[in-house]
Design a protein around this ligand. Structure first.
Ligand code: FAD
Ligand code: SF4
Length: 462
């Protein structure tokens, strides 16, 4: 019998006043009983709207039916038939605007907790089975993947399954892209990403770290000297934007990317770490997206007494997931909305000592459809902060484009691709943030998967 409770089975979480002092995972995951209880809320719709809302079309009612029966192995197999990385997407996908936004249970009450169930199934498998895949028989065709974020990992996995000899070239010293250098441990434990990378290696994928394509090797060299027959570029959008206001060069001003990389990839929060990071008393994060929430929550955990989110529009316009906003507030982050910085103030040693801001009000909608923020004359005030973290968005790094003749980009610096994800260079494919600009994990995974299928078609046709 269906469970007609109107609300989702609650997710156990660490207490906000405990977790804002540690980097352990905030959401603790469902037990088997909770997962089965929640799965029974699914009505097993004949025309499941939830699937339409999923960018990789997971067979949602089918896997949930197996969870309800307690057959978690079968549920895992159904999920992974369309989504290679469910432990990741179950944790970080914006389900509220994808599958769950379409779920009929959401019409009256809360939708089925599809993301939490997906995470449960993936975690159950990792903790109870975790079989490493077998290496498929090689077809002898070499494909290079540039970047090891969700786009690159997915493309590599799909090609390896078909027998391609795949090498991933990653600029950083660890594979995973934003999953390891951006998204903090307390939202996505790095051991989970490492487990996915190990699975790829078991399938025969070679992962070469500290390999900046465009510096150590060019794309032309991958083809001409190393014998790769196709290249997939999944190099992301890691170049930070700044406001170009006075004071951005002061000590104590970071881009969110740099700050998060120091904390997550370089483990600045561990006592034994030798990664320098300013231990702040009061921090302002400028921006209102997921990245801003992550930076704010890291700053709090590193010991800052006061952490502000400074955002020029209102809370309703904030791009960050509601869940992330809610978690940040619970942990004591102060939201200063309708507020825009005008200058960062420095002391005589060139260190941040404050930030001048102006109050904003919302006018008519702009090109993005959101109401335009307008400064309120004479409303300037100073925030007493010693650290400022700029989280205003990112764009693709121009390195690959500038070292690869014939690669075209649009005016935002994103690689131009056709419907087969092929760039303007023959057999150079691309996907993820490098093509779309900063987007989501699941869209990057979807692009990696489609590009792998296109590469396979092209290789078969030769
Ligand atoms: P990336 O993950 O950026 O990976 C690109 C990789 O390419 C990197 O490892 C980089 O080092 C490497 N690289 C770059 N240039 C080169 C080169 N020249 N040679 C070799 N390697 C190179 N999305 C969500 O869906 N949910 C979230 O909760 C969420 N939170 C986020 C939090 C933060 C802090 C950030 C920054 C992003 C977040 N996103 C989130 C967005 C999401 O992470 C990205 O959309 C996604 O990771 C893009 O995947 P990708 O594979 O295209 O690129
Ligand atoms: Fe189940 Fe909701 Fe999907 Fe219907 S729309 S199948 S209730 S998850």
């Amino acid at each position: 019998m269906a469970n007609m409770t109107l609300t989702k089975t609650p997710m156990p979480e660490q207490d906000p006043n405990v977790r804002n002092h540690n980097f352990q995972e905030v959401a603790l995951g469902y037990t088997a009983e909770m997962a089965m209880e929640e799965a029974k809320r699914c009505l097993q719709c004949k025309k499941p709207k939830c699937v339409e809302g999923c960018p990789v079309n997971i067979h949602i009612p089918e896997f949930i039916a197996k969870v309800a029966e307690g057959d978690f192995q079968a549920a895992y197999e159904i999920v992974t038939s369309t989504n290679a990385l469910p432990a990741l997407s179950g944790r970080v996908c914006p389900q509220e605007s994808q599958c769950e936004s379409k779920c009929v249970r959401g019409v009256k009450g809360e939708p089925v907790a599809i993301g939490r169930l997906e995470r449960f199934v993936a975690d159950w498998y990792r903790e109870n089975v975790n079989a490493m895949p077998e290496k498929p028989e090689s077809n002898g065709i070499k494909v290079a993947v540039v970047g090891s974020g969700p786009a690159g990992l997915t493309c590599a996995a799909e090609l390896a399954k078909k027998g391609y000899e795949v090498t991933i070239f990653e600029a950083l010293h660890r594979a995973g892209g934003v999953l390891v250098y951006g998204i903090p441990e307390f939202r996505l434990p790095k051991a989970i990403v490492a487990n996915e990378v190990r699975k790829l290696q078991a399938m025969g994928v070679t992962v070469m770290t500290d390999m900046v394509i465009g510096k150590v090797l060019s794309i032309d060299e991958l083809f001409d000297e190393m014998g790769f027959k196709a290249v997939f570029v999944g190099s992301g959008a890691g170049l930070p934007m700044f406001m170009h206001i006075p004071g951005e060069a002061l000590r104590g001003v970071y881009s969110a990317n740099e700050y998060l990389t120091r904390v997550n990839l370089m483990k600045a929060y561990e006592e034994a770490s030798d990664t320098p990071i300013i231990v702040s008393k009061a921090v302002a994060i400028v921006g209102g997206g997921n990245v801003a929430m992550d930076a704010a929550r890291c700053a709090k955990r590193l010991g800052a007494e006061t952490v502000y989110i400074v955002y020029r529009r209102g809370e309703a316009e904030m791009p960050a997931r509601l869940e992330e906003q809610h978690h940040a507030k619970e942990e004591g982050i102060i939201f200063k909305t309708l507020t825009n910085p005008t200058e960062i103030l420095g002391d005589e040693d060139g260190r941040v000592k404050g930030m001048t801001c102006i109050q904003m009000e919302l006018g008519e909608p702009d090109a993005s459809g959101r109401r335009r923020p307008i400064p309120v004359e004479g409303s300037e005030f100073t925030l007493d902060v010693d650290t400022v973290i700029m989280s205003l968005g990112t764009s693709p790094n121009p390195l690959i484009r500038s070292t690869t003749p014939g690669l075209e980009v649009n005016r935002k610096g994103c690689l131009v691709v056709n419907e087969d994800h092929m760039t303007t260079r023959d057999q150079v494919y691309a996907g993820g943030d490098a093509v779309t600009g900063a987007a989501t994990v699941i869209l990057a995974m979807g692009a990696g998967k489609e590009a792998a299928a296109a590469i396979d078609r092209a290789m078969q046709a030769k």
